[in-house]
Design a protein around this ligand. Structure first.
Ligand code: ATP
Ligand code: ZN
Length: 702
């Protein structure tokens, strides 16, 4: 025993260990220069450790001179992994912050930030002949990466656009502030206002400031990365740019991660997971479409990549720019109260391009046939005659959302979830969009045996069929999660749309944002009424943003754009602001409602979610949790303003064969809520329940 131990973070659920770190004895190993004389040098190294009967990959988060494990029981580490760069102190701090803020174990946060090949113990093997450690998969990528020059890639700044006056003003202001005003800076620019060009020129300055500086650009969806990466490559040179997202194959992801983590890549473009990438020389962050709900990680540790990015910038004292045409209400509130800087681009960048004219089609008056009203059909035909492209926005994939027996009225539901099966014509199967269950379409109703079964309602596949029937000569492309599973399919479709050869594009929200297709000048919006009346308090915000984004795809070139929205509720107050593209009025009135009701951003929320085979078990645990919370509040004066709501079944109660209950916790002060949650979580872990439960901080939906 050397008098100190390694605190190693392993990916173990919080219910097993709230802290997620375990003590191990350091030992000298011959494949590493680390020795027992310099404990601090071990920090941030990735190691293999015995855990029960298995080996796990872990990261050294701390050094301690004391341990609760008696020396005789302390196990030694097995190896220091040579394939993972040492994580910086900043990175370790980021992990600590996230674990604390989101109430998770350190290992649950830290390990998923590594590429899969580096977080599975079985992938590391000793070569018996040389005595060296090797990777079962990824060794070739490792050699390729090692062969690259270790120095940061040289920047090669390409031709920039001439900025419009408004872009100039914003860029100058951002550049001036980058050393003196490190509040997050919101770039509030209408769709097509040229935010991307501002980011590029801004980042070019940041990169030229230092020879090894890195910048991180976050985008909400994988499908936006090819277009963005192409612009970055053209501007900064292929050698400097890497992308990081879950759609990459394993070896590319590994390579890109190494290039970023070693400081070799200078420009890192990624989706939410890249916010956790180890970046040794990060100098600036841009979060594009900062309002987008895709920035929320909904599995494992539930975090907001936008919020983590803001923390990361703050921690490093570097600038961060958030861009959006429809900022989240939290961000907008912060900009209005001066906590964030605010920059505006009120007009489109392309000369002559204007925001499109928006018309409502009252489907109570002009009935829609096969989902398309007469004015909608006429406009599509006109657009085709002019050789322009129409985008039909139908935010539901599959053929029909309901499969129904005309005889007994039975609707076919997923056996695992509280959800209807969606009929898919391409597979001729019923699919559950929640758990993935697929079943053959039954020949007769499973309830009454009658063969009179129909798909009801419309999804993208049915709309595609309708479009092909109504416009037999049209080139139609459907873009949704089902149509784009094959590699390259999406890129091909995008290339066709960009080239202007597609007449009708049918798409879900996947298509609504970010894309810039000059030939697209008509947008038809179908089936959004349910969003007008949804329960969740964030529903209006989400719908408004989605509509502005999809409307914003029209008329980005020289041709004026037009948008038709089919609705049965044309008198709904939201339409006025949608039609006039008036985000500010919308945001002001929504924020007033939120303030009145004490909802975020005027209060902080957390949820306890419990899942069990039966609802009563889930509710019983939630009830116990509630009682524990009430005791904590009674015992601590500082928790007086924490409100614990009743334990209730979740909106979507049954998911994947589990029944779910939840408790909403509210508090006007975020730090107090944090302090409360930490203590409560400890009390919950002590219950040693076998049920699945978790605390979600800042939940996107309640
Ligand atoms: N200064 C400029 N001069 C000419 N064209 C420009 C200029 N800046 C941007 N553009 C063009 O304007 C179009 C829209 O720009 P961009 O896609 O960056 O907008 P955006 O603000 O990101 O929009 P969205 O919010 O809809 O994603 C692009 O085709 C871009 O090339
Ligand atoms: Zn299901």
């Amino acid at each position: 025993m050397v008098g100190w131990v390694l605190q190693v973070a392993c990916d173990v659920p919080v219910a097993v260990s709230a802290a997620g770190v375990f003590d191990y004895a350091p030992i000298e190993l011959n494949n590493t220069p680390l020795n027992l004389a310099v404990p601090e040098a071990w920090l941030g190294h990735t190691v293999l450790v015995p855990f029960g009967k298995q080996l796990l990959v872990g990261i050294v988060m701390g050094i301690s001179t004391t341990s609760e494990v008696p020396p005789a029981k302390l196990k030694p580490i097995q190896a220091v992994l040579p394939f993972v760069p040492q994580m910086s102190g900043h990175w370790l701090d980021l992990v600590r912050f996230m674990a604390k803020y989101y109430q998770r174990g350190l290992g649950e946060v830290a390990l998923p930030a590594l590429p899969i090949a580096l977080r599975v113990a079985k992938n590391f093997v000793w070569d018996q002949t040389t005595g060296e450690m090797t990777l079962r998969t990824g060794m070739r990528t490792w050699r390729k990466w090692r062969a690259l020059p270790p120095s940061p890639a040289l920047l090669n700044v390409g031709q920039a656009l001439n900025l419009t006056h408004a872009q100039h003003v914003v860029l100058d202001d951002l550049l001036e502030r980058r050393h003196i005003d490190l509040r997050p800076q919101l770039l509030f620019g209408v769709t097509g206002s040229g935010k991307t060009e501002v980011y590029l020129q801004y980042l070019a300055h940041v990169l030229q400031d230092s020879a090894d500086g890195q910048v991180l650009i976050l985008v909400p969806e994988i499908n936006l990365t090819p277009q963005f990466a192409a612009r970055l490559n053209a501007r900064f040179g292929m050698e400097t740019v890497v992308t990081l997202h879950s759609g990459l194959n394993e070896s590319t992801r590994l390579m890109n991660w190494w290039r970023a983590a070693s400081g070799q890549a200078r420009v890192i473009l990624g989706t939410r997971l890249s916010v956790l990438a180890m970046l040794p020389n990060l100098q600036a962050i841009v979060v594009d479409e900062e309002h987008d709900s895709s920035y929320r990680q909904q599995e494992g540790v539930r975090y907001s990549a936008r919020d983590v990015a803001i923390y990361r910038a703050h921690q490093l004292n570097i600038p961060i720019v958030l861009g959006s045409a429809t900022p989240s209400l939290e961000t907008w509130h912060n900009a209005c109260t001066g906590r964030y800087g605010l920059h505006r681009l009120p007009e489109r960048a392309v000369k002559g391009a204007m925001l499109p004219e928006v018309t409502l089609v009252d489907v109570q008056k002009t009935a829609a046939q096969d989902g398309l009203s007469e004015p909608m059909r006429r406009t599509i035909t006109e657009t085709m005659v002019q050789h322009h492209t129409t985008l039909l926005f139908q935010n539901r994939r599959g053929y029909a959302p309901v499969f129904y027996c005309g005889h007994c009225g039975h609707i076919h539901d997923c056996p695992n979830c509280a959800a209807h099966f969606v009929y898919h014509s391409t597979t001729r199967h019923l699919h559950c969009h929640h758990c993935g269950q697929q079943e053959r379409v039954p020949k007769t109703c499973i309830k009454c045996g009658n063969a009179d079964m129909h798909p009801i309602g419309q999804g993208t596949q049915r709309l595609e069929e309708t479009a092909a029937r109504l416009w037999p000569k049209a080139i139609v492309r459907r873009i949704d999660a089902d149509s784009t599973r094959k590699k390259g399919e999406l890129e091909d479709a995008f290339a066709d749309i960009a080239a202007g050869v597609v007449d009708i594009v049918i798409g879900t929200q996947m298509l609504a944002k970010g894309h810039d297709w000059p030939n697209l000048n008509t947008v038809g919006v179908l089936d959004v009424d349910s969003g007008l009346f949804a329960q969740d308090y964030r529903a209006p915000e989400r719908l408004f943003a989605l509509l502005q984004q999809v409307i914003g795809r029209a008329g980005r070139g020289q041709q004026a754009g037009r948008v038709l929205i089919q609705t049965a509720f044309p008198e709904h107050p939201m339409w006025t602001q949608v039609r006039t593209h008036d985000f500010e009025t919308f945001a002001t009135s929504e924020l007033a409602v939120r303030q009145q009701l004490g909802l975020p951003p005027f209060a902080a929320h957390a949820l306890l979610q419990v899942a069990a085979p039966e609802l009563k078990q889930a509710l019983a645990f939630a009830q116990t949790a509630r009682e524990l919370a009430l005791i904590l509040i009674a015992d601590h004066l500082e928790f007086a303003h924490v409100t614990i709501n009743a334990a209730v079944p979740m909106n979507m109660m049954r998911l994947n064969r589990q029944e779910r209950a939840q408790i909403l916790i509210e508090c006007p002060s975020r730090p107090r809520l944090q302090a409360f949650l930490a203590q409560w979580q400890g009390a919950l872990v002590a219950q040693k329940s076998r049920l699945m439960w978790l605390i979600e901080v800042d939940p996107a939906e309640i």
